[in-house]
Ligand binder design. Structure first.
Ligand code: TXA
Ligand code: MG
Length: 329
């Protein structure tokens, strides 16, 4: 099956609607009929389909023009639902109790009664599960009553959407409905942690910092780089990509560059510029990151110079996304 960008699936009419009880009910019906619904989570907008239906999940890859069947995150409304899909050992249980609902995804072995389709799991013997905290996402999951597979609601290789308008820009004609719940709060995807028999491993830094997870576990997280471990394909070097080239850790601005600033470092420079957080707050920077990358890209600048950001706390995930956006393509 060729799902390259040239494989245009038949255009659907995309309804962009404000999320309320009525539209969320309509969205659940679209999911039941095997359709696609983009919805807000506290991290980024997700492109949702019935996770239990391989045919519905296939539409996600087609809509995103994703070249590969990466495994997807299945979203559920609570821990009890998650435990029907995956096997939670003591550490996975403790992480879920501490951070759900919230920006944490747990990769655990599939439970014997797991309903998530092979396609959503990319055939793996593990399943990625998350209970999001956004009220619209939770209401949709409860109304639908089955797991919802949802990657970020952008075309493959583009930055993740933090506003409904971003989703419309990328997926108009490719998704049945977009539930508008306003800008997302965290702005970075969830942290992904694998709790598998070979240990607890950080697969992707994200909305919950490594330090908070390690503090709860009382031990350091293993890294993803060990040989033979299934890593998250979301770690593909050029996953989060604006059109402009990116120059990281910039200490001066060159003529013609647009500027992604932090902490007001380049406030006096004459250039197209957005400051992720003039007061140097990493949570604010995370929430602004993808929208500002899009806005700077829209200026047509060939290079976006990025001010240095701290690497600790949420800075690890922000620098991870920036490094991938800067990867050669
Ligand atoms: O914040 C988020 O996580 C957003 C919102 C919509 O929930 N979703 C998201 O999904 O970022 P996506 O598809 O862009 O990223 C899912 C990541 C991929 O990197 C995938 O490889 C990894 O999860 N993943 C899923 N199942 C896995 C598994 N069984 N083993 C290892 N990695 C897995
Ligand atoms: Mg994504």
């Amino acid at each position: 099956m060729n799902l390259g960008p040239a494989d245009a699936s038949p255009a659907v009419e995309t309804r962009l609607v404000v999320a309320d009880a009525k539209s969320i009910g309509d969205a659940a019906n679209i999911l039941r009929a095997g359709g696609l619904v983009a919805f807000p989570t506290e991290t980024v907008y997700g492109l949702g389909a019935d996770a239990t239906s391989g045919r519905a999940v296939a539409k996600i890859y087609a809509a995103k023009a994703r070249p590969q069947f990466n495994p997807l995150i299945s979203h559920v409304p609570d821990l009890a639902s998650a435990k029907r899909e995956g096997d939670f050992d003591a550490k996975a249980h403790a992480l879920a109790e501490a951070f759900w609902p919230g920006p944490l995804t747990l990769v655990v072995p599939v439970a014997s009664g797991c309903s998530v389709s092979d396609l959503a799991r990319a055939g793996l013997a593990s399943v990625a599960l998350r209970v999001p905290s956004h009220p619209v996402a939770l209401e949709l999951l409860r109304a639908f009553g089955k797991p919802v597979a949802a990657p970020s609601a952008n075309r493959s290789g583009r930055v993740s959407p933090t506003h409904a308008a971003h989703v419309m820009g990328d997926l108009d004609g490719r998704v049945d409905m977009i539930l508008d719940g306003g800008p997302t709060e965290v702005g970075l995807e969830s942290t992904i942690v694998a709790c598998l028999p070979d240990g607890v491993r950080l697969l992707r830094p994200g909305g919950i910092s490594r330090a908070r997870i390690e503090e709860l576990l009382g031990e350091p997280l293993l890294s993803i780089t060990r040989e033979g471990v299934v890593t998250a394909p979301g770690m593909l070097a050029s996953h989060y990509a604006p059109n402009a080239a990116m120059r990281l850790e910039a200490t001066a601005i060159r003529p013609g560059e647009a500027v992604l600033d932090f902490g007001g470092r380049f406030a006096d420079v004459q250039a197209a510029s957005f400051d992720l957080s003039p007061r140097g707050d990493l949570a604010e920077a995370a929430a602004n990151l993808f929208a500002f990358l899009r806005a700077l890209d829209a200026t047509g600048a060939e290079v976006i110079a990025v001010a240095p950001l701290p690497h600790e706390g949420l800075g690890e995930a922000i620098n991870d996304r920036l490094t991938r956006a800067a990867a050669p393509r």
